[in-house]
Structure formats: structure tokens, C-alpha cells
Write a protein that binds this ligand. Structure first.
Ligand SMILES: Nc1ncnc2c1ncn2[C@@H]1O[C@H](COP(=O)(O)OP(=O)(O)O)[C@@H](O)[C@H]1O
Ligand code: SF4
Ligand SMILES: [Mg+2]
Length: 359
């Protein structure tokens, strides 16, 4: 089944793609291109996915695959003067791509929040942590400063900041990296977002703090029933948190499935590579057996055919199709979509006999 048919199916045959979906978040054929002096950078090129409340989608791919551009697109944060954005992003029945900046701002404030890798970039250095949470809270809640301050202290306590009634008056630089990340989560959650986008939220943190932050997100999700998009280059980070995983390569989706399928029955050679290069505590770095050789492609001139073909050890098994014909995303098994020319039976054989035993 090709991309078009997939769309037709989800759209219930609606002409023009204008019908509102039933999913809480639905992204349809999203494209985000940047015209530059060197050429058109196709950072996101035909991405489609869905997410329900209370569920988590992991978007995984190497650096430069278009993950952050996607998340900024969902938040409606690209400047239309230097980005060409097309497709549809439906959030709770409202379409974002075609909305005015004012409408998007209102929607963002009410429904969405984002956690970045580097909290310092989104916290103001000259205001106390507490004041920033108070301001964020009061934008959407008509309450006195005193009530908002109590709420800020409460939120800081809930994200695990010790002595929150004292730390509320600290400045961001007085917090450690992990504490700052927690404070940013408190700030993001202080307006009860229905959609939380976490872009590499734990990349800069050590393993223990990383695990604590992921636990925290899981608890808060249970409490607020938020939908979460967790963006990472490391499949390990989303193994326990995500319900579904979308693997991106060169601005496109190459595999999209339930987390169990991605870890136990992956069907794309690039996903095999990501699994093989996952850091493992029980194994020395040098013992990782299947690192992906080569570098990610330029998004101005993607390789012809399958964008992964220069790095794929199976590209020659397809009578040259890997070099000439771009594989469409197909639903090979219920809810399991993959873009690769390899025959399904051959792929299962390779996974079972060659890849899985080495992981
Ligand atoms: N404003 C922009 N203008 C031109 N190219 C951009 C712009 N923003 C991002 N890109 C390019 O888009 C590609 C994807 O970037 P990004 O989404 O940040 O990757 P990831 O988050 O997966 O590491 C990169 O090659 C990046 O250089
Ligand atoms: S289409 Fe060819 S190059 Fe691309 S992942 Fe499949 S086998 Fe490898
Ligand atoms: Mg990024």
C-alpha cells in the first residue's frame, strides 16, 4: 500500500484532505523545506503520523534527520519567510499549517509545551526559576501572584526539586543541569499542556538523572493524560516510554510501528543499525557489533533511490532498485509501516539469522 492510499484510508475518502481527523494529533504529509543559497534543504519531506492523548510517540534518528525541524513545525514556530511548510497538522480538531500566527500562538499556549535539550536556552538568566513558572502559569490562569507562587512551589516539588519553597527564589544558574531540566519540565507542565514535545530532553544528562527524568515524565503523563512526543537519537531512551516509534532518515519516515515491533521485529536495515549502535551497559563500547557506517545524507541532494542506499549493506540485493527507485512507506503488517525494497520474507530471514543473534 502506497502513501497515497494510506492517506485516503485515514481520510475516509474525503476529497482534498480537508476533513478533521479523530486522532488528538494527526500529521499528514508534512513538508518543511528551507530555500538557501546552496539549494533547497528538504528537512522534512512527507511525514505522516498520529498520536492520542495519554500516549507517547518516539521520533528517532541520527543528528540532522529532521527531528527538531518537525517538532518546531508542530508548534508552528517556523518563520514562513524562510521556511516552506506544507501538509496538515491537526491538533484537537484544529489545523495548524493553514492557521494564522495569532491562532497558532493561542493554540500553542493552551495545548502545547516543549522541553529542550538545553534548559538555559529557554530560561531567562535574570529571572528566578519561580518567577518564570509564575509568569507561565498566569498567562493561562487568572490568579493572583500569591496563588501562582504556591502553584510554582508545588510544581517544583512534584518534579523532585528538594526544598522547593526555598529553591523557587533561585536563578537558573544556581541549579545543576538535572535540576534545571526538572525546573523546565515544571515550567512546561505548569499550564497543563495536552501535548508535550520533549526534544532530546536527557541528552546532556548522566544516565541516572536521565532515568529519573524519564520516570518523572511517565508519572506526569499518567496524571495529566498528556500526549508526548519524545525526540531522541538514542533508541534506548524511548524503549520504555514510547508506545509507538517513528524512525526518521533524511527527513522521511523509514519505519513506523508499535514499540514492541521496532525492538523485536524491526524490518528496516536502518533500524537494525540504530539497534546495533545502542549503548549497552553490559557491553564495552568497542563490542557494539553493528554500528552504521558512513554519514547521514545531505538534505539538499539526497541519494537517488533509497536515501539510505550508500550506507546499506543490503542495497545490492534489489536488482539496482535501491539506487533508482525510492521505496514508499508500506504497511507490511497491521500497524507496521516500512520503506524498503527488500522482499519481506528475506528481511525477516536477515533479522532472525544475521542481526538479532548479534544484538
Ligand atoms: N532554518 C534552517 N535553514 C536551513 N536549514 C535548516 C534550518 N533549520 C534546520 N535546517 C537543516 O535541517 C536539517 C535537519 O535539522 P534538525 O531537524 O535540527 O535535525 P535533528 O534534530 O534530527 O538533528 C539539518 O540539515 C539542518 O541543517
Ligand atoms: S531499499 Fe535498499 S538501500 Fe534502502 S534500506 Fe532497503 S535494502 Fe537498503
Ligand atoms: Mg535536534
Amino acid at each position: 500500500m502506497g502513501d497515497k492510499e494510506l492517506r485516503a484510508e485515514t481520510l475516509d475518502g474525503a476529497p482534498g484532505g480537508a476533513k478533521a481527523p479523530t486522532a488528538f494529533l494527526e500529521v499528514r504529509d508534512l513538508r518543511i523545506h528551507f530555500p538557501t543559497d546552496d539549494g533547497l534543504v528538504k528537512s522534512v519531506d512527507g511525514l505522516s503520523f498520529q498520536l492520542e492523548r495519554g500516549r507517547t510517540l518516539g521520533i528517532v534518528g541520527e543528528s540532522g534527520s529532521g527531528k527538531s525541524v518537525t517538532s518546531l513545525g508542530i508548534l508552528g514556530l517556523h518563520n514562513r519567510r524562510n521556511a516552506n511548510v506544507s501538509g496538515e497538522i491537526w491538533l484537537d480538531g484544529q489545523e495548524i499549517v493553514g492557521s494564522s500566527p495569532d491562532q497558532v500562538r493561542r493554540l500553542r499556549g493552551r495545548n502545547m509545551a516543549m522541553i529542550f535539550q538545553d534548559p538555559l536556552s529557554s530560561m531567562h538568566p535574570f529571572y528566578t526559576v519561580g518567577n518564570q513558572i509564575i509568569e507561565a502559569y498566569r498567562i493561562h490562569n487568572d490568579v493572583s501572584k500569591k496563588v501562582a507562587r504556591k502553584h510554582a512551589i508545588d510544581m517544583l516539588g512534584r518534579v523532585g526539586i528538594p526544598q522547593p519553597d526555598r529553591r523557587v527564589d533561585d536563578y537558573p544558574h544556581q541549579f545543576s543541569g538535572g535540576m534545571r531540566q526538572r525546573a523546565m519540565i515544571a515550567m512546561s507542565l505548569s499550564c497543563d499542556p495536552e501535548l508535550l514535545i520533549a526534544d532530546e530532553p536527557t541528552t546532556a544528562l548522566d544516565v541516572t538523572v536521565q532515568a529519573q527524568i524519564l520516570d518523572l515524565l511517565r508519572d506526569l503523563q499518567e496524571e495529566f493524560n498528556s500526549a508526548i512526543i519524545m525526540i531522541t537519537h538514542d533508541l534506548g531512551v524511548v524503549a520504555e516510554l514510547a508506545d509507538d516509534i517513528l524512525v526518521m532518515y533524511g527527513g522521511r519516515c523509514v519505519e513506523y510501528a508499535a514499540v514492541d515491533d521496532v525492538f523485536h521485529r524491526p524490518l528496516h536495515p536502518y533500524t537494525w543499525g540504530l539497534l546495533g549502535s545502542m549503548p549497552r551497559l553490559d557491553r564495552e563500547r568497542s563490542e557494539r557489533l553493528l554500528p552504521i557506517k558512513g554519514t547521514p545524507p545531505s538534505l539538499i541532494n539526497l541519494p537517488s533511490g533509497c536515501a539510505f542506499n550508500p550506507r546499506c549493506v543490503y542495497s545490492e540485493l534489489n536488482d539496482g532498485r535501491s539506487e533508482t527507485e525510492r521505496p514508499e512507506l508500506e504497511e507490511l503488517e497491521p500497524g507496521h509501516r516500512v520503506a524498503c525494497h527488500l522482499p519481506l520474507a528475506r528481511r525477516k530471514e536477515i533479522w532472525d539469522n544475521e542481526i538479532r543473534p548479534k544484538l
